[in-house]
Design a protein around this ligand. Sequence first.
Ligand code: SF4
Length: 677
Amino acid sequence: MIKSTLTTCPFCGVGCNFYLESEGNRVSGISPSRNHPVSRGRLCVKGWNSFEFVFHPDRLRKPLIKKNGKFKEASWQSAYALIVKNIRRVMAKYGPDSFAVVSSARCTNEENYLIQKFARACLATNSVDHCARTCHSPSVAGLMRSFGSGAATNSIEELPEAKCILIIGSNTPEAHPIIGWRIITAKDRGAKIILADPRSTILSNYSDLHLKLIPGTDICLLNGMMRVILKEGLEDKEFIRERTEGFDELEKTLEKYTPEYVEGITGVPKEILIEAARAYASLKPASIIYSLGITEHITGTDNVSSLANLAMLTGNVGKPASGVNPLRGQNNVQGACDMGALPNVFSGYQSVEDNQSRGKFEQAWKVKLSIKKGLTNSEMFQEPGRIKFFYIIGEDVVHSEPNSNHVVSCLKKAEFTVVHDLFFCKTAEYADVVLPASSFIEKEGTFTNADRRIQRIRKAIEPLPNTKSDGRIIMELAELLGYPMRYKNASSIMDEIAGLSPIFGGVSYERLEELGFLQWPCPDKKHPGTKIMHQERFACGKGRFFAIEHKPAQELPDGEFPFILSTGRILFHYNSATQTGRTTILSREFPENFVQINSQDAKRMAIKNKSKVSVSTRRGTLTVKAAVSDDIIPGVIWMPFHYANKLTNILTNDAFDPISKIGEYKVCAAKVEPAKT
Ligand code: SF4
């Protein structure tokens, strides 16, 4: 008999819903949910192909233990015993500061809650973090300090109602395709589309204005737009007066960002800058959409606060189809943050340093908790030897962290590393124990998408033999460590989260079944959830302007490395491609890494399209094929980061934003040469 299971896509943060059709333990088909408010019966190519990888022969089916440098299959019992023995040994020898836990944006909310609880209660450390550090930690920090809440202000389905959309640092149709479709719908309904991107992408065809800025000059561009708005009296004076603070300081800072000055730094012609500022300020409501082109800089947090400045200056916050909206990368990166898989907060963004919050969790969890903030991912992999025990779940850090070779040195220096994954990833090579996890279709739980929408995932098939969900593994280990974490089911974990976290107070599986989803904040059982944030007041009372100066990237082109290297995602792949790379249709389109280079630059260096070139930075060299094109500005080259056999991140710079600690993936100095044959 065919069973139909409604669930949520495991790839990007759009959170499309679909039905999986299964017979026994095989999935036979997929059909999009027509009623879903975000996807409305559509899926992108990744969504349509989101289950083939589950049955790939590469799936890990047994725990692996490394002995004398070689992995051997082992029983769960012996793998657990070895982990517990080494946790106890490292704890006795070095103490809790020697542990680091990397949680996963691919795991459910309930699993992330368990993982951070395990780190804090069993390992006595707040050093738990996840890949938000490498994508949207500046959104959490920047929006939190500007608005009092670090999440998207509006809902995806409002986008077609916008009169103007500013898309900056986002190749939306490839990275978040269903939101790309919503932007095109807005365009069809008459919205003005402003694109700020050094590359021409699908959206260039739909944009009214394309601001081709030099990577790393976003603050200068945004300050320039704000200065034009003020000089032309297009600001929302009432909103600024009634709802915000810090405006005078911002106004003073903007004075020097004349269109000519901005053109000199960003490369954007002053006429286009002025037109973009006028359009954004006068066509209301106006929405800002952004992604990693904004966040992955040493100024990531300041970039985000500059977007918040622009939105507040024009009164574009707290209204339908307006606001500042980060497009979260992974399916549950929003949820992993929300659940406290971060080194400074428990679930619901409650500070570990706040006595009242910590006391509440101590009482509920019946354990003494550390008052000290933990290490971020970037800090865990900063100094080889600092961390003695890594516990890494569903995250291929060797692939995804900047300056991969340095990450490898940190893993090699650790005394013990545990990895959970579906596949034997790059990071697993450096583990002592590798545990076979189960996928999104083999478990119950929830994911939270980019617009704070908590949605169910449901079990379509039983876990493949000998695999276990990450949540089950964590609970079993906690039990062996003498700290039982027993829950009847995923729903009862959500009940604990709701009981301890005011912004999720009204969330329960009963309500999710009834309503389909809930957008937080949802403080009580009668609350319908929040589609638009900051309507009457900001979460922090008044919105805060920050006076921010342009600051150049940490590593700029010079005589030896004359190009700016930037990186990103392509439509057919997803992050480290552990899943999409094991899906026939997705992996056949772009099977290998490449570098996009401007045609004038290529001609000057006698580089032909599809010829082999060496791309080098101060950290390494890769040989890949050239994609010669006019879709990128001269002086800038671009590479996707998906390919494990040609790791782009051996090239990227691990200089990080001092506030959010994100690495500067989007700008580093590079050179390109025809490859020696
Ligand atoms: Fe999945 Fe994102 Fe594609 Fe929707 S847009 S189907 S969530 S990958």
